[in-house]
Design a protein around this ligand. Structure first.
Ligand code: GDG
Length: 469
């Protein structure tokens, strides 16, 4: 079996809480081993980067240590102040500064150069997310002909947003260096085709390749999943009695990185609308919102934090009573086992992104439920997860507070029989396409595409030889 060689910006080093990418890939790497390379800020460096190995995991880990200036321009700058907002449709938040694109491309080149010697001829290379889009092209320059796949965890941007990039043509060069570009949903594949048609004048070939300016892009959707059984087992066994939650309190839970794409102010306004209209009806409901800190030195993230603090104060000021707090807002990371237990304890999972590649929280909430008495998932239509979970979730428009408020009310009043039926349909969907399905189907398709490429290259060489003889 070939060795899996993974690149992503973040490595699982056990320090910060993991985001969705590290959680999902960690499952794959724990199970099948291989090599995982990431990037890391190193305050002690002045200029040159260095590659370090981190022992102590079931797989090999290496991190490219980068000096502060370069890391900031590449990571906080180009990746998170240009590509992230652009891929999430927030061109108003673009913060383009000189030197960032150069740092981004040069970190990608240095990553290729620093790790070239670690690669073996039959390794299968899997590169993750927007931080490393140019990496395959850089590896190809160094003569790497291994299968190379890419998976974008965010949404693929619309053509209107791609127009805001000053270096659009490079995106085409970067993507066409891959044997397979994996996207989360059909919506993203359609967006990519649209960009290829309208921005690069491309067309679909009969075998599914997209040809643009003589270069081919091979893309398909592979909705990322979770380890469903494992997550259910953690939720079942987690004891939440030590978390000081009133056993009588009806809970609605939100778990998100504090990111503007996650629609947190919209969630709070939706709940505020619910309280305005229905606070006198039935049981009192508390929204427990865990909002783990992320990218706090980027200005847009400081703004969203202030907005949320203000909204929490406003809602609690208006609706709190002795012994009742409407919004319990926790701006720090919470241990994973506690999160699983809290999902199970909550009657509603409220997931309201304005746009999201997938959203694993929605799947985790479903996995954590007691199938005999499950809670209800309220899910934004803009989450990639809605493509799969519309079979059982209450689907809302996060921009419309009445849509959120109406779904909360429907969820609270939903009869047991309907909850069980909805949960059953979602459970089937997330267990059919779990995280292992995601890895296997992606890697199978990658192997097939790489074989086709090699066959095409070989017949081209045969043809050239025949013509020249
Ligand atoms: C990207 C895409 C896509 C959150 N807070 C804490 C914590 N978490 C865990 C959750 C979940 C993960 O982080 C977040 O999942 P998302 O799906 O929202 O992921 P993003 O970080 O936005 O990442 C996203 C994902 O990649 C995978 O492809 O779904 O669309 O944006 O697992 O449980 N975990 C702990 N403490 C916290 O406070 N332990």
């Amino acid at each position: 079996m070939s060795r899996l060689f993974v690149y992503s910006n973040r490595l699982p080093l056990g320090s910060n809480p993991s985001g969705g990418l590290v959680v999902a890939l960690g499952k794959t790497m724990d199970r099948q081993g291989g090599v995982w390379v990431g990037a890391k800020l190193d305050e002690t460096l002045c200029d040159n980067q260095t590659l370090h190995e981190y022992k102590g995991a079931a797989f090999e880990r290496h991190a490219l240590h980068l000096p502060p200036r370069e890391y900031n321009d590449y990571y906080l700058g180009y990746a998170n102040s240009v590509l992230w907002p652009l891929f999430h449709g927030r061109t108003d938040l673009l913060d383009v500064a000189d030197g960032q694109l150069d740092a981004y491309t040069s970190v990608n080149r240095k990553m290729a150069e620093a790790t070239r010697h670690l690669l073996k001829p039959d390794d299968v290379i899997w590169i993750h997310d927007y931080h490393f889009i140019p990496l395959a092209a850089e590896l190809r320059v160094l003569g790497v002909s291994n299968p190379i796949g890419f998976f974008l965890h965010t949404p693929f941007p619309s053509s209107a947003n791609v127009h805001a990039l000053t270096h659009k043509d490079r995106l085409l060069d970067w993507l066409s260096a891959y044997d397979l570009v994996g996207l989360q949903t059909q919506r993203d594949v359609s967006a990519l085709i649209e960009v290829c048609r309208t921005v690069f004048g491309g067309q679909m070939l009969s075998d599914g390749r997209i040809r643009c300016k003589g270069q081919d892009i091979r893309a398909a959707s592979f909705p990322i999943g979770i380890d469903v059984e494992k997550f259910r087992a953690i939720a079942e066994t987690c004891d939440t009695s030590g978390l000081n939650i009133d056993p009588q309190q009806k809970l609605m839970i939100g778990v998100d990185r504090l990111d503007y794409s996650k629609g947190l102010p919209h969630k709070f306004r939706g709940f505020q609308r619910y309280l305005q209209r229905h606070s006198g009806e039935g049981d009192r409901l508390t929204l427990l919102q865990i909002a783990s800190p992320t990218r706090e030195s980027v200005e847009a993230y400081q703004d969203i934090r202030k907005d949320l603090e203000q909204l929490t104060g406003e809602v609690n000021g208006a609706y709190a009573e002795l012994g009742y707090i409407p919004i319990q807002y926790i701006h720090r990371a919470v241990p994973r086992d506690d999160i699983a237990g809290l999902y199970r304890r909550a009657s509603i999972g409220l997931v309201t992104p304005l746009i999201d590649g997938m959203n694993l929280v929605a799947k985790e909430y479903v996995a954590a439920q007691d199938p005999d008495d499950p809670g209800v998932l309220v899910l934004s239509e803009a989450a990639g997860a809605a493509e799969q979970l519309k079979c059982g979730a209450l689907i809302i428009n996060p921009y419309d507070p009445s849509s959120v408020a109406g779904a909360i009310r429907e969820a609270i009043n939903m009869p047991l029989e309907e909850r069980v039926a909805r949960h059953h349909r979602m459970w089937n969907e997330i267990s059919r396409r779990d995280v292992y399905w995601w890895t296997e189907t992606f890697l199978e398709q990658l192997h097939r595409n790489a074989r086709d490429r090699r066959d095409r290259e070989a017949s081209l060489q045969d043809l050239e030889r025949a013509l020249s003889s």
